[in-house]
Design a protein around this ligand. Structure first.
Ligand SMILES: N[C@@H](CCC(=O)N[C@@H](CS)C(=O)NCC(=O)O)C(=O)O
Length: 410
């Protein structure tokens, strides 16, 4: 009997001690890691939270886009989970009031004018480009982000050296290009030996350097940057629809081995491997496993439609999205709109102002020459649309079955 009581007491004691340790740990993490800051959006500043204990805690980089409370709350949660991280907030500035960093050992520092993605020299493995002079552009003819950049360069009248990267045959995943753009995406530029990645960062940067003609209105830079981020957020939706309705999913361009090599070979951004490559690999793995499902296509089309509803509303009031002048915002959305014409998106039915604005912009050779489908691909695209129509599988049928009119023709 006594032995039994002793055993029970021992077990209860162990359970209580374990519970107490768990509770103390949870309290430490959730209380001591809490932080707060006040901020308001003005110019392009970044708030960096730094940990002194880099060796102890894994430092992650996160970006806080815009000033919405929702985003800030998400960052707070990230700090709770990771104990420490490097937070970069673009478009936010003024009076940051950090408090209670204690356990996390974080300090807050403001840094001016940090571009969204700025590579370090140590991130560049293909060292030869560091000696290049002039403006060099790595791009692909059909890549939407490259098209946006090329239209921008045409409108600016800038001279540049062309370095086509064959993404269809995975040239972007080879060590040479991964050594320039650690994310393995096009476009990238090398300007007098400095590498820039991310099409929107490149454009915002070049517009400051070459202000005429202005494609980013000087007094609306923050707003333009936010719209471009929104456009970038929809990039995988555009790709989803492209790979469902324009290309044939039976012929994926990346094998499992390609994806493993990509993961292993991707480089660092600011000294750290970031999420972008993982996001790419997960997109292509899903695509390899199951193509693009109806549900994924519908979600992507719905998200794009919502964005286009905003563009449509702006174009109902003015000739261009930001008013009476052409800006990079028009170009960014036009690239999506034009791609979706080839994909079979029913612009005419859903967004009549966009349809008219597209026709007007495509009348400009500097724009049309980058966005029109190359002659040699027209037959392939027409065949694809024909077979989708026969199978009752066009974008309109799958994503907008309520519309009765056929999909926009090429
Ligand atoms: N956020 C990046 C996105 C770049 C991106 O996704 N580029 C595509 C072409 S538009 C690419 O490189 N895709 C590689 C592939 O298809 O594997 C940017 O704006 O530059």
């Amino acid at each position: 009997m006594v032995v039994l009581v002793v055993r029970v007491v021992r077990k209860v004691t162990v359970a209580v001690v374990v519970m107490a340790i768990v509770v103390v740990k949870v309290v430490l993490v959730t209380i001591d890691c809490r932080y707060r800051f006040c901020c308001s959006p003005t110019n392009n500043q970044a708030l960096v939270l730094r940990s002194q204990q880099r060796h102890k805690h894994r430092i992650r980089t996160a970006e806080c886009r815009g000033s919405s409370f929702y985003r800030l709350s998400r960052l707070e949660a990230a700090v709770h989970r990771r104990h420490s991280l490097l937070v970069m907030i673009t478009g936010i500035s003024q009076d940051v009031v950090p408090y209670k960093f204690g356990y996390c050992d974080l300090e807050a520092v403001f840094v001016d004018n940090i571009a969204m993605v700025q590579l370090l020299e140590s991130d560049i493995q293909t060292k030869e480009v560091l000696g290049w002079q002039g403006l060099h552009v790595f791009h692909h003819i059909l890549s939407s982000c490259s098209q946006k950049l090329r239209v921008f360069l045409n409108l600016k009248g800038l001279k540049w050296h062309s370095h086509p990267i064959d993404i269809v045959h995975n040239e972007h995943l080879k060590p040479y290009y991964l050594g320039i753009n650690p994310r393995g995406l096009v476009p990238s530029i090398v300007e007098d030996g400095v590498v820039h990645i991310e099409s929107n960062d490149i454009i915002l940067h070049l517009d400051q350097e070459y202000p005429e003609p202005r494609l980013v209105p000087a007094d609306r830079r923050e707003e333009v940057a936010a719209i471009l981020r929104h456009e970038d957020d929809l990039h995988l939706d555009l790709r989803t629809l492209t790979f469902r309705f324009l290309f044939d999913p039976a012929k994926p361009t990346k094998s499992r081995q390609d994806l493993d090599n990509y993961s292993a070979g991707a480089g660092t951004v600011q000294g750290h491997r970031d999420q972008a490559v993982q996001r790419e690999v997960s997109f292509w793995s899903d695509y390899l496993n199951s193509g693009v499902t109806d549900q994924q296509a519908r979600l992507a089309a719905a998200r794009l439609r919502t964005a286009f509803d905003g563009v449509e509303a702006a174009l109902a009031k003015s000739s261009y999205v930001l008013g009476d002048k052409l800006s990079i915002v028009d170009i960014a959305w036009l690239v999506y709109v034009q791609r979706l014409v080839y994909v079979g998106y029913p612009h005419n039915d859903l967004h009549p102002h966009i349809a008219a604005w597209r026709a007007k912009l495509m009348d400009q050779p500097a724009i049309a020459k980058e966005l029109e489908l190359p002659q040699e691909l027209r037959g392939m695209v027409a065949d694809r649309q024909r077979s989708l129509t026969e199978a009752g599988q066009t974008l309109t049928k799958v994503c907008f079955p309520e519309l009765t009119t056929p999909a926009a023709s090429l």
